[in-house]
Design a protein around this ligand. Structure first.
Ligand SMILES: *Cc1c(COP(=O)(O)O)cnc(C)c1O
Ligand SMILES: [Zn+2]
Length: 392
């Protein structure tokens, strides 16, 4: 690829509240003022840490008085450009109280993000911060939505991106990435195979990889979903059901809740976090029920309509499993039939034509309700993570 001059340049260093990066697995500190991948000591995912006790941190009221959107609370995001970070309007998605689905049920409709999925949240932050630190050529493996979002933000910022997707990825997802200027390669196998290929290409070409949790900032964008739940409701929900692939959203929201407690906005209360996967590829759900601290890779995952959930092994496994345990949460694997049936009902009964991942979450909610894991009157948030339009 030819290097292009990024559109977004400046003498950026770091957000003054952003202090360092810390390994989520072993705790080792890493510099925040240069490009980083995973922990040099243990290869675990790096997490951004902020000076949350700083008296100059804006109050909750001040944050709420700002225009809604992903960078509303830029003091807890890594970009030096802060509120001036280039945006496509990601975040500030509606939390819809959906009476037809049940009392207390809310749907956080992430399909209303740019590129039709919540992958926009992570890429908005990761690409912008990496460009500030000098990256101009990016690559990633994707099941489709991450690729589309990476392509959109690369176009916005004037940088190049190379994407590898499994050959059976829906055509709309491939077309979208190409229309947005990305180079897209179809590979045989799963996202894990695409990941191996991109890793080699990254080394050979000097590309910066924005693969899930291989860099520290996609999770920072996704964590804003946790802040938004609190802003939308004015309190914490009791239960959050999340369709789990690489787990950035799950780990990100748990990180946001911890940050809100350190900011003094909430106490130690936490929603019970539920990881939802499909029966044909459920490494996190299986490991949770076996009481493990890390998740062995899922051998030969079945194909599923929920492409975003076909992740046989994830770098954030330890953080996800700890999060489910710490919040008294659980994991639910749903059958393909139950998922597709629930996707239909999400559309017909709630008016939300969602991705199959959203259907998986509704099916898991019904399982938990019928098993009395959920109590009557609890406030439950179901994540619809993408638009059905991406899957036609
Ligand atoms: C990527 C994706 C997921 C899984 O998200 P993670 O944060 O990686 O676990 C769920 N739903 C959709 C539509 C996705 O694109
Ligand atoms: Zn480490």
């Amino acid at each position: 690829m030819m290097a292009r001059r990024p559109k977004f340049r400046g003498t950026f260093f770091v957000n003054r509240f952003f202090t360092h990066l810390e390994c989520g697995n072993c705790g080792k500190s890493h510099d925040a003022d240069r490009l980083q991948t995973t922990c040099g000591a243990c290869a675990g995912p790096l997490l951004a840490r902020y000076d949350l006790a700083n008296p100059e941190m804006p109050s909750l009221d001040e944050v709420m008085s700002r225009r809604p959107g992903q960078f509303r609370f830029h003091e807890v995001l890594p970009t030096a450009a802060g509120g001036g970070t280039p945006t496509l309007g990601e975040g500030a998605t509606p939390l819809i109280e959906s009476r037809p689905l049940g009392p207390g049920v809310h749907v956080k409709d992430e399909s209303q993000n740019p590129t039709g999925s919540f992958k926009a949240r992570g890429m908005a932050v990761a690409i912008a911060r990496s460009v500030e630190l000098g990256a101009t050529e990016f690559c990633l493996p994707s099941n489709g939505n991450a690729g589309g979002a990476a392509a959109a933000y690369s176009a916005l910022l004037g940088v190049k991106v190379d994407i590898a997707v499994p050959a059976n990825t829906p055509q709309a997802l491939v077309d979208e990435s190409r229309a947005l200027g990305a180079n897209v390669t179809l590979v045989d196998g799963t996202i894990a195979d695409a990941g191996r290929i991109q890793k080699e290409k990254a080394v050979a070409n000097g590309w910066f990889s924005v693969a899930t949790l291989h860099e520290p900032y996609r999770i920072e964008g996704k964590k804003m979903m946790g802040y938004e739940l609190f802003w939308d409701l004015g309190r914490m929900p009791d239960v959050v059901l999340y369709p789990t692939g690489g787990g950035t959203g799950l780990v990100g929201m748990i990180k946001a809740f911890d940050e809100m407690e350190q900011l003094g906005w909430i106490g130690s209360e936490r929603p019970r976090m539920v990881a939802v996967q499909v029966e044909g590829c459920a490494p996190i759900v299986r490991a949770h029920h076996e009481g493990l601290d890390s998740a062995p890779a899922w051998e030969n995952p079945d194909t599923t309509a929920a492409f975003g959930l076909r992740v046989p092994s994830a770098l954030g496994d330890q953080l996800m499993l700890k999060g489910l345990r710490d919040t008294n949460g659980t994991g639910v694997a749903v059958s393909e039939t139950a998922m597709l049936d629930a996707t239909d009902r999400l559309a017909r009964e709630a008016g939300i034509w969602g991705s199959p991942e959203g259907g998986a979450v509704l099916a898991a909610y019904e399982t938990l309700r019928d098993s009395s894991w959920l109590e009557a009157g609890e406030t439950v948030v179901l994540f619809n993570t993408g638009s059905a339009l991406k899957y036609v």
